[in-house]
Design a protein around this ligand. Sequence first.
Ligand SMILES: [Zn+2]
Length: 255
Amino acid sequence: MLSDRTFQRYQRQIALPEIGEVGQSRLNRCSVLIIGCGGLGSAAGMYLAAAGVGKLVISDDDIVETSNLQRQIIYRESDINTNKVDAMANQMQSINGQLNVRKLNRRLNEEQLNLEVMIADAVLDCSDNLPTRHLINRICHRQAKPLISGSAIGWRGQFAVFNFVQSTTGCYRCLVPEEGFESSLKCSDSGIIGPVVGTIGNYQALATLQMLALDDVGFKSNQLHLFDGKSLKWQTLTIRSDTECSVCAQHKKAS
Ligand SMILES: [Zn+2]
């Protein structure tokens, strides 16, 4: 049962029949892990904080730089040279004082990530490099945790939800091979337009809220959504499971 204060705060979202008081109570009890506090994490984090997700765990080892402000909209000029996790936690708590935020001011190694994924209800990959993306994918798959993945570069963004509870689903490794890519290429090396990264971050928040609050989500997992910020068009592709995938193929054979 929600308190009057909580009901009042979230009444417009509780008024949605798919959410109601039951869905809001679920959100209030959930914990979401956000890996990466850049443009994607900024957008997703603000919406998840505002929506009343009870606990957010945020991880990043960067500090806020002047060049971040063009797209990482959770930060302010006064945050420059401070830790991103500190600045982001402050902003999220100023949006929602009921929010419980835990800050991880570091890049997580496999052991740490394993523990954090274990206690999360959903994981948002908002990171900026392929080794981290593959590690998150491997661990979420192993633990059958929902992975909401987003990325953006230039004028383009992509978004996918991997619901590993369904063993038939492919994984990030099926989509992007670990080998043969320039893994050191980071966002800082390329141009990027702010609203594209915000759009993808908002999609990540939207999918997360559905997965946490609804009995039945209104979208399909196992699909890659591509956004072109110039033509403003979306394209949806089905992610084909790679039968040789080193992450999910063995699992499928065993099941
Ligand atoms: Zn796979």
